[in-house]
Design a protein around this ligand. Structure first.
Ligand code: 3Y8
Ligand code: NAP
Length: 252
């Protein structure tokens, strides 16, 4: 058995630790989106594969027997490529993902589909807005220049974002409730824009928003491709055990 984890989330890191502790031969893969990604307890490669064909070649060259897509729910292209490459290679694939967040009593969510709808939702008088969507899609908000944006990024942007009133906070999660509550208060945040990432690593801002009665523009996640999906490291481990060629050889 040799597992490839497509990573970049807290769940991927938890799975990497479990496989490393269990002595399961595995590789970890990052896209290379940030300068210093969290080190992993597995041999790690960084950078794109070169589309479906590139991933297929990598799977063959490395003798990968099982592919785990533990990327983020918004990593649409990677997840689609993983399904296509696994199918072509005849290699079993499983997705380790997290359920979407669901609004609770006291939440003031405005659900939108896509970044353009999130931008449109910001029509209206100037506000102090936490944009917690990372760096890749900031430019779209130049269409709503009158707000004061607090931008939470992993790395400093190469060029200043095209937002006349903004402030950058450099921080990587997982985030804490105390930290996010303090952040919202210290910057007088009146509204949050975020993606429905799910999981524990980014949920603190939503809990703090609920406590402070702040509205949230919630960008719904794209529909994932058809694939086997689980929501826990344990479920991945039992899938690996069930589908390991070794088990088949033993005829059990
Ligand atoms: C490079 C690798 C771990 C993984 C930690 C999780 C939690 C903290 C919360 C907010 C939301 C956001 C963003 C976020 C979170 C975890 C997880 C998660 C959101 C790292 C990491 C990589 C990235 C890429 C980065 C994106 C950006 C998105 C920031 C590592 C730290 C906003 C997503 O500057 C950039 O270009 C950043 C790009 C893709 C979204 C975007 O479009 O800008 N993640 N984040 C991965 C790679 O190269 O393959 O260093 O750990 C991972 C984590 N970020 O093991 O502890 O599990 O989701 N990441 C979102 O959810 O909306 C921040 O500020 O409240
Ligand atoms: P994406 O748009 O779906 O992928 C674009 C391209 O990036 C892919 O086609 C692939 O390039 C490369 N890629 C993506 N993830 C990769 C990985 N783990 N290993 C190797 N190559 C990868 O992806 P994204 O949304 O930019 O996310 C990039 C990374 O950040 C992923 O690891 C993801 O888990 C993490 N992340 C993303 C978000 C988010 O909001 N999107 C949030 C948290 C973490 P090739 O086509 O060349 O193979």
């Amino acid at each position: 058995m040799k597992v490839l984890i497509l990573g970049g989330t807290s769940e991927a890191s938890a799975l990497a630790s479990a496989l490393a502790e269990g002595g399961v031969p595995a590789l970890f893969s990052y896209a290379g989106r940030v300068k210093a990604p969290r080190p992993q307890p597995l041999p790690t490669r960084i950078g794109g594969f070169g589309g479906v064909a590139g991933l297929g070649d990598f799977l063959a060259e490395q003798g990968i027997t099982h592919l785990v897509d533990a990327t983020h729910p918004f990593a649409e292209r990677m997840s689609r490529n993983a399904v296509a490459a696994a199918h072509r290679s005849g290699i079993p694939l499983i997705a380790l993902t997290r359920s979407p967040w669901v609004a609770q009593a006291g939440d003031r969510w405005e659900k939108v589909v896509g970044i353009e709808a999130a931008v449109k939702a910001l029509a209206g008088p100037p506000q102090r807005i936490l944009l917690a969507i990372g760096r890749q899609q900031l430019a779209a908000f130049a269409a709503q220049p009158r707000h004061h944006y607090l931008l939470r990024l992993v790395d400093a942007p190469e060029a200043p974002p095209p937002l006349p009133h903004h402030r950058v906070i450099l921080d990587r999660g997982p985030f804490t409730l105390a930290g996010d509550r303090a952040l919202l208060r210290a910057h007088g945040i009146q509204r949050i824009v975020c993606k429905n990432a799910g999981g524990e690593g980014a949920v603190a801002k939503l809990t703090a928003a609920r406590e402070l009665g702040l509205p949230v523009v919630m960008i719904e996640r794209p529909a994932p491709p058809a694939r086997r999906e689980v929501h826990s490291v344990e479920a991945v481990l039992s899938w690996l055990h069930q589908s390991s060629p070794h088990k088949a050889e033993r005829g059990v």
